[in-house]
Design a protein around this ligand. Structure first.
Ligand code: JHZ
Length: 419
């Protein structure tokens, strides 16, 4: 998330949002629509608003980032993503809350913050464990958290909001920020705010997709205007340290592709830990050099050609294809690769608020998954590939009936039909 105010509708950056050094261009995707800017069905995709989308690299702190910022009101003013519609993700938040509660010995007097809490899925798990919680989220998604009784501050997070929160509610034993740091244009300000929230004794837990997964598995569909930063352990540790936060543990999760789950606090950790090992692995892998990322643009071309050929051949054989998951990723996949009706006929998604809308930049309308019963597509293109297992499991009847489920990246792969 980004602070409101000085960010123009489409301003170009020439220096790193984390350390201020100069930037080098990695890939230019041209002008692209907003990934979550779903449009009314029947409207003209040619009229959809588009902004430049360019991926840059900072040799100063290794942060891969967008060279463009879009006004946060345009990005989050009408935000339709709700965590609760992905069961595996919601379950993983439950497991994390139970684990942190146990390992940090949290009690009823302790306080847990969640920055970018969305519909409050994570905080509701803490509430069930008897822990005090406060969520921070300016988007309409947070209304669902409030309706469920999660105390909420509807603000763009930063150091001033952090000070107000501490005055009003106290220091946090834990401050979570999941899939949100990458959205923050004022990265140094947000990290300072996190440090303020937890003081000397608390713990910050950051979850964010891994840039190595992006480049190595061609997750080009995760590059969009909301995601202004793409972290490695190296660039994340640099950003945290600048605010006096020291990462002391890292794990990998897979709810949105390979992601880093990093634990940090104000005290310097022992020299040897999982973070040190991760930093050493990244250094050996060339993480701080532009060369590590330069094959990405070529790989995107290859993946795009492969997907277009696959879909065109299916259409040529008279087969029908439907996209599963009107995720932000679906918008980017279809637009960056130039895929539209008739090669993909429509999309399905079980989020009620997405039904009846159109994927930006395309003619694809979003329908309820129940329509697959009548459509019986030959091919189901799983655009929400991070949920492929859950999607194939809940639609096993369709797979058994002969529909082929495929994921698009880095190349088209068929998913096994469940027994
Ligand atoms: P999903 C979100 O991206 C948005 P998206 C956000 N900006 C971000 O940073 C990343 O996550 C990390 C639907 N679905 O979770 C629900 C079904 O229909 O991959 C969702 O609309 N049936 C915060 O949008 C979509 O798919 C199902 O069985 O790419 C998945 O979106 C399941 C499991 C999901 O996030």
């Amino acid at each position: 998330m980004n602070p409101p105010g000085p960010v123009a509708a489409g301003s170009l950056a020439d220096s790193c949002r984390s350390c201020g050094a100069g930037l080098s261009l990695l890939t230019d995707f041209g002008d692209q629509p907003l990934a979550n800017g779903l449009m009314p069905a029947g409207t003209d995709p040619a009229a959809d608003v588009r902004y430049s989308l360019r991926l840059m690299f900072c040799a100063g702190c290794s942060l891969v980032q967008l060279g463009q910022t879009v006004d946060p009101v345009l990005l989050f003013g009408d935000y339709v993503y709700l965590t609760r519609y992905s069961t595996a993700l919601a379950d993983s938040f439950g497991a994390l809350a139970r684990r942190v509660h146990r390992e940090a010995s949290l009690g009823g007097g302790d306080l847990v913050y969640d920055i970018g809490c969305n519909d409050g899925t994570l905080l509701r798990h803490y509430q069930q464990l008897g822990v005090r919680v406060v969520g921070v989220d300016p988007s309409p998604a947070a209304a669902a958290a409030e309706a469920d009784g999660v105390p909420l501050v509807r603000e763009y997070f930063g150091p001033d909001v952090a000070k107000d929160l501490v005055s009003a509610h106290g220091r946090g034993a834990v401050a979570h920020i999941h899939n949100c740091l990458a959205h923050c244009t004022d990265l140094p300000g947000v990290v300072l705010g996190l440090r303020e929230l937890v003081g000397a004794a608390g713990m910050v837990i950051v979850e964010t997709p891994s840039v190595l997964d992006l480049v190595d598995n061609v997750r080009v569909d995760t590059v969009y205007h909301e995601h202004v930063s793409y972290f490695s352990m190296t660039s994340l540790a640099n950003a945290l340290r600048s605010a006096g936060l020291y990462p002391w543990h890292v794990e990998h999760t897979d709810s949105h592709g390979d992601s880093l789950l990093v634990y940090a606090r104000a005290a310097k950790p022992a020299a040897a830990n999982a973070v040190r090992a991760e930093l050493d692995r990244e250094a050996a892998d060339g993480i701080s050099g532009l060369a590590r990322y330069l094959g990405f643009a070529r790989d995107v071309e290859v993946s795009g050609r492969g997907l277009r050929a696959f879909l065109r051949e299916a259409t040529g054989r008279g087969e029908s294809t439907v996209a599963y998951g009107a995720a932000a990723k679906a918008t980017m996949l279809l637009n960056v690769f130039g895929v539209d009706v008739p090669d993909v006929q429509f999309a399905v998604d079980h989020s009620p608020h997405k039904i009846g809308l159109r994927i930006p930049g395309t003619h694809l309308t979003i329908r309820p998954p129940g329509e697959l019963m009548t459509a019986r597509p030959d091919v189901v293109l799983v655009t929400a590939w991070n949920h492929a297992e859950e999607i194939v499991r809940t639609n096993a009847w369709l797979a058994r009936g002969g529909s082929r489920f495929v994921t698009p990246l880095p190349e088209v792969r068929s998913l096994p039909c469940p027994q």
